[in-house]
Write a protein that binds this ligand. Sequence first.
Ligand code: NCD
Length: 318
Amino acid sequence: MGLRARHLLGIETLAPDEILTLLDLADTYADKARRRAPAGDALAGLTQINMFFEASTRTQASFELAGKRLGAQVMNMAMSASSLKKGETLIDTALTLNAMRPDLLVVRHPHSGAVNLLADKVDSAVLNAGDGRHEHPTQALLDALTIRRKKGRLHRLTIAICGDIAHSRVARSNILLLGKMENRVRLIGPPTLMPSGAKDWGVEVYQDMTEGLADADVVMMLRLQKERMDGAFIPSEREYFHRYGLDAQKLSAAKPDAIVMHPGPMNRGVEIDGVIADDINRSVIQEQVEMGVAVRMAAMDLLARGLREARAAKGVMA
Ligand code: NCD
């Protein structure tokens, strides 16, 4: 079975069985990568274009590697050097690329909803690599795979998501995914960084780290997204670290075997103590990066199956 939709735009539109199909396939890719076994050629003959309108290290590198490991021809558009600088709109750029007949388009954009808009205009399968504060589906999927591998399950866990919830697409996609899998999700952060409607999302909301972390199985830290803040949301970084930065003392409120996650890039000494981030007994940050490649391979593999089926049905070679 593949995915029901042509695109992967968010977790919101994925059903639990689709999430599990994707994670199971990603698991096999992760195991193959560990054994250095060939990954196969699920994307052979297909063209993948990465369009990143916002800075990225991990996400762009892992989408590129994922495509190449599965045999796709991968092109990275240098968006800062493209015609956008000359005033071309996102849609015109998309239509231009569409005319070159790519099969997979991986898009990151600073505006929430921009990737959905683009997906309506093109013939390829579109993967959302993060749009504004809206969604970052492959991040939530790689987080889920990391949790499942470390905790042995992905349901009935207590997961605390901490920090700058308001500006975070990672938080939004994770809340949706972990909720669909019937976990207990807690959001912890100062009121200025908590979205006003958070209480209606089926989560518990805390302002105090020690209270919110009590008995947590998973502690997920978020980066303070300074580039999305247009005023003072915190008194100072020092004060923020004191109240919300994850250090050994705050972490001791969680379960003794709780794992610590962070999507990166990290602000050490702001939302997380460097000692905790580097503690290989608690931190799974490197595994998250490793699972990122596997999840992106699985996502593009499943979307490519859908493309091939749709084209076969229309009598077009894929
Ligand atoms: C996240 C993002 O870009 O949304 N990073 C990532 O994809 N690994 C989180 C962040 O920027 O803080």
